[in-house]
Design a protein around this ligand. Structure first.
Ligand code: 5RP
Length: 215
């Protein structure tokens, strides 16, 4: 699948323009995109990064990383996903970077999602839904998720997010109404972010292949 990821990332480089401030996601597909940014024949102004991992890679290539607070609205955000349905709703957060990813997606005019074909699903939910929680609320949130959705939350032990929080991965969901579920889970005190990107979904999805598919 890494070739498909590389092909999707390469296609996304066509959306990058000279002197842009580019929003950059996290993960192995985005890693190809960052490598590609460094090889563009023109400079970008800077990047806004969604994780310490992407920041390190961007800086290694000499790309300036600035804070979102100093960037205003971004023209472009490029990120991967763990699942994508036919309406461009996404599950994200397999890499635990969902909160910063959602913030940057919200701040961007265009969200280009880059995936390999294995991420395409008819209905979201086979990939366990990541939910970032404040550590003291972890058990409360887990009980409420079970009660409200029937899904089985599992603590991703050993993972602390860049924001100092924890992750619950919710198994056995069949997400037929992603906007409603995102809204419902966002109501639970202690939930920092739900890895459903439905209210602000992708604008463009690029599926890696020869040739890449642009949806
Ligand atoms: C990180 C994410 C990633 O975009 C998602 O996990 C996909 O990763 P990869 O490109 O490695 O398959 O949401 O929080």
């Amino acid at each position: 699948m890494s070739e498909a990821k590389r092909l999707a990332a390469e296609k996304a480089l066509e959306y990058v323009q000279r002197d842009m401030i580019v929003g950059v996601g996290t993960g192995s597909t985005v890693a190809y995109f960052i490598d590609g940014l460094a090889k563009l024949p023109f400079p970008i102004k800077a990047a806004v990064s969604s994780s310490e991992q992407s920041t390190a890679q961007l800086k290694k290539h000499g790309i300036e990383v600035i804070e979102l607070n100093h960037a205003g609205t971004l023209e472009l955000y490029v990120d991967g996903a763990d699942e994508c349905d036919g309406n461009k709703n996404l599950i994200k957060g397999g890499g635990a970077a969902l909160t910063r990813e959602k913030i940057i997606a919200e701040a961007s005019r265009q969200f280009v999602c880059i995936i390999d074909p294995s991420k395409q699903v008819p209905v979201l939910g086979t990939f366990p839904l990541p939910v970032e929680v404040i550590p003291m609320a972890r058990s409360l949130v887990a009980r409420q998720i079970l009660e409200r959705t029937g899904g089985q939350p599992v603590w991703r032990m050993g993972t602390t997010t860049d924001n100092g929080n924890q992750i619950l991965d919710v198994h056995n969901l069949v997400i037929t109404d992603p906007v409603a579920l995102e809204r419902e889970l966002n109501q639970i005190p202690g939930v920092v972010c739900v890895g459903l990107f439905a209210r602000r979904k992708a604008d463009v999805v690029i599926v890696g292949g020869t040739p890449p598919q642009v949806l």
